[in-house]
Design a protein around this ligand. Structure first.
Ligand SMILES: C[S@@+](CC[C@H](N)C(=O)[O-])C[C@H]1O[C@@H](n2cnc3c(N)ncnc32)[C@H](O)[C@@H]1O
Length: 274
């Protein structure tokens, strides 16, 4: 049986599962920072296009290591405010801005402040949650009339497409994403964000996707290397790939001669009716 078949068989989402990544993993901070290195430029471009500016109140959900919350804090200025929430807030302590409030919060169970924000932004969070419609409903509730919901989640299918070879790292993608799916991660999350936004009574709903051409050995490549290191014990325990193949894949990712596509990150926007 090939890896892809094996993973597909194992891929049915399970109920009651937790967030796939481990906030206490010793390389988790670097994994989150390198995720920011991949996606922040495009996220900030879109936040600017939305018109985020002086005096806005913004909620950043699943703030990770905080680069977007920090940027928002600078952008909205002294008359605006930002609330940055995450399951794990130790990585947000560095922000230290009077207009940025950090709160430990579980989107699955905790209430967000109602009708309070001009912007609710969440990147690569909703697709990890079992009850995605409930998460989106709670974000919509947190918006003021006229406020924007901005969700970013991926379609992972194009990941690692490359000129190197037709099947470049495809065994790694199939093994890693198959296991993530079993832990509740939805690999087509961005598409479902759009559906949920359309079904949420929001106005002016639009969506678009972007992908990054990653160069081996870069900070961006490092993100995928850390992802694979995190997944390694899970992948080998299931017998999907062995350590030798994982070591070889890490060397391929470290090689500056290699370039590959990231996942597609789908940005969905919608506005709460006034
Ligand atoms: C893949 S990371 C993305 C981090 C950041 N948004 C970014 O794109 O750089 C997902 C983040 O969401 C947080 N998270 C996961 N489940 C959550 C939940 N139920 N409530 C709040 N935050 C959650 C994680 O702790 C992590 O920081």
């Amino acid at each position: 049986m090939t890896v892809a078949e094996n993973v597909t068989e194992a891929a049915a989402p399970q109920s009651g599962v937790d967030y796939v990544f481990d906030p206490t993993w010793d390389q988790e901070t670097e994994r989150l920072r390198t995720n920011e290195a991949l996606w922040d430029a495009g996220t900030i471009e879109r936040l600017e296009r939305l018109g985020v500016g002086e005096g806005w109140s913004a909620l950043e959900i699943g703030a990770g290591s905080g680069s977007v919350a920090h940027w928002l804090g600078e952008r909205v200025g002294a008359t605006g405010r930002v609330m940055a929430v995450d399951l794990e807030t130790e990585r947000l302590g560095w922000i230290e801005r009077p207009n940025v409030e950090v709160a430990r919060l579980d989107l699955r169970t905790d209430e967000l402040p109602a009708e309070s924000f001009d912007l609710v932004h969440s990147r690569m969070v909703v697709q990890h949650l079992e009850d995605r419609p409930a998460a989106v409903a709670s974000m919509v509730k947190a918006l003021r009339p006229g406020g924007w919901l901005f969700l970013e989640d991926t379609d992972s299918l194009p990941l690692f497409r490359s000129a190197v070879s037709e099947d470049f790292l495809q065994d790694v993608r199939a093994a890693g994403y198959g296991l993530m799916r079993r832990s509740g991660h939805e690999p087509r999350g961005g598409h479902f964000d759009l559906q949920m936004a359309l079904e949420s009574g929001l106005e002016d709903v639009t969506a678009e996707g972007r992908t990054v051409m990653v160069r081996g050995g870069s900070d961006q490549a490092r993100h995928y290397m850390l992802w694979l290191e995190f997944m390694r014990p899970r992948i080998t325990a299931e017998g999907l790939l062995d350590d030798a193949r994982i070591d070889e894949a890490l060397r391929e990712m470290a090689d500056p001669a290699h370039r590959w596509l990231s996942q597609v990150l789908i940005s969905t926007f919608g506005r709460k009716p006034r």
